[in-house]
Ligand binder design. Structure first.
Ligand code: PMP
Length: 437
């Protein structure tokens, strides 16, 4: 801490009032005051490249979204016990992006709340309690969803009715003697479906009835596993055969992120029973959704009232609507596909000179880059963390994910440009040279 400038040190020390659960990024913390597109500026006017923030989906401080939310805030903000056009117009518009079966939607403020509600809806519909998640999943911070979030670590008590299936690790898994990355979607999906069967069998042995599989179709906190496209079909078929529902957690892959489709589940060619999302939805205002088929919602909604003081309010709905409008007008899906492909190729090209890069995978503007001990697939978290700190010194912000914390998570705002890619690659190449890896 001695090397920190006095203001950074003071702000860092003052954070003790927030308690130790809040974790700062970086040994030399960043104090941001302004943003635009994928660029950020700190209190000294230093410019940074944001390669991490999926909340500012249409760019930091997007003027159209700022204008829409301030106009509505100057007129009225209230809750859902009164009539208002904004929530109805947005509900119709966002449902039009989903499969026609999904015809009911409710709004919350966070992804945690959306998943919490989704699990309650699924449990009431199926009459079961058991929920399956992947081994490194993160689904939220509420009492219910934190117990469905093994990524929080061993100190977190996990739910007694929760079961995990392994991370669909296409880089390391070997299935029936065949490396996973050589498996077809059908073969890989059959393996995963088998894991679901085992988890449900274990629930049944303990007298727990299966309710839902809750999954993020890009498996982001597990380490980013988007391919092979189609592998989730055998898994959802098995979930349905066993009497459960599929809750698609679209907090990460939704809203055009993968470049191939508006939704991550759509890219995988499946129709989930329940959809949740949040982060990218309103460009920074706390807004989330839980959408489902009317018959799935009915048993819960007919018996239990739901009120969310801030969820679906006119200001958040105005911000969500304008975010969606910008996504369409600026074709963020096309941008994620085009710039994402250039980005992934450019990172892949660095593998030739930098043996610490073991694998580069991803879809659209969601890229995972494995940092390993050269010549092996052994995760190298210390080097990954050195890379993060060095990138930060070169004014590039990103983070890591996965069980071993060694996978760089490259997930910029959806308006990331080719210039932004060039800036990242130049800083990343310099970083790898400096670290000699
Ligand atoms: N689901 C996933 C897949 C997430 O990544 C997150 C947040 N990182 C959440 C749910 C929880 O969202 P929130 O922080 O808005 O509660």
């Amino acid at each position: 801490a001695a090397a920190l400038d006095p203001r950074t040190r003071r702000l860092t020390e003052e954070r003790s009032v927030l308690g130790p659960a809040y974790r700062l990024f970086y040994r030399n913390p960043v104090h941001l005051v302004r943003g635009q597109g994928a660029r950020l500026w700190d209190a000294d006017g230093v410019e940074y490249l944001d390669v991490y923030n999926n909340v500012a989906s249409v760019g930091h401080a997007n003027p159209r979204v700022v204008d829409a939310m301030t106009r509505q805030a100057s007129a009225l903000n209230t809750h859902t016990r009164y009539l208002h056009e904004n929530i109805l117009n947005y509900a119709e518009d966002i449902l039009s992006t989903m499969p026609p079966e999904i015809d009911r939607i409710m709004f919350q403020c966070t992804g945690s709340e959306a998943n919490d509600l989704a699990v309650r809806v699924a449990q009431t519909y199926t009459g079961g309690e058991g929920v399956i998640v992947t081994a490194e999943a993160y689904h939220g911070n509420s009492a219910l969803t934190s117990k469905l979030s093994p990524a929080l670590g061993t100190a977190q008590e996990l739910g007694l009715t929760m079961r995990t299936i392994p991370t669909p690790d296409t880089y390391r898994l070997v299935i029936d003697g065949k490396p996973a990355d050589e498996c077809t979607a059908q073969e890989f999906g059959a393996w995963m479906a088998g894991e679901v069967r085992k988890a449900v069998a274990d629930m049944e042995r303990h007298g727990i009835r299966f309710a839902a599989l809750l999954a993020d179709s890009i498996f982001s906190s597990d380490g980013v596993y988007p391919d092979p496209v189609g592998y989730l079909q055998p898994v959802i078929d098995t979930v349905h055969e066993l009497g459960g529902v599929w809750i698609a957690d679209e907090v990460q892959p939704g809203f055009t992120r993968t470049g191939d489709a508006f939704w991550g589940f759509e890219r995988q060619g499946i129709v989930p029973d329940v959809v949740t999302s949040g982060k990218p939805m309103a460009n920074g205002l706390p807004t989330s959704l839980m959408a489902t088929r009317h018959e799935v919602l009915e048993p819960f909604a007919a018996s239990i009232p739901y009120f969310n003081t801030f969820g679906g309010n006119p200001v958040c709905m105005a911000a969500a609507q304008e975010t969606l409008n910008v996504m369409r007008d600026e074709d963020t899906m096309g941008n994620a596909k085009r710039v994402g492909a250039i980005f992934k190729q450019a990172v892949t090209d660095l593998m030739a000179d930098h043996p610490c890069i073991g694998d580069v995978r991803g879809a659209g503007l969601y890229i995972g880059c494995e940092i390993v001990a050269p010549g092996t697939k052994d995760p190298d978290q210390p080097t990954a963390l050195d890379i993060l700190e060095t990138l930060r010194d070169h004014h590039v912000l990103t983070s890591v994910c996965g069980r071993f914390g060694n996978i760089l998570k490259l997930r910029p705002p959806l308006v990331f440009t080719e210039d932004d890619v060039d800036m990242f690659i130049s800083a990343f190449a310099t970083t790898l040279e400096e670290l000699g890896c």
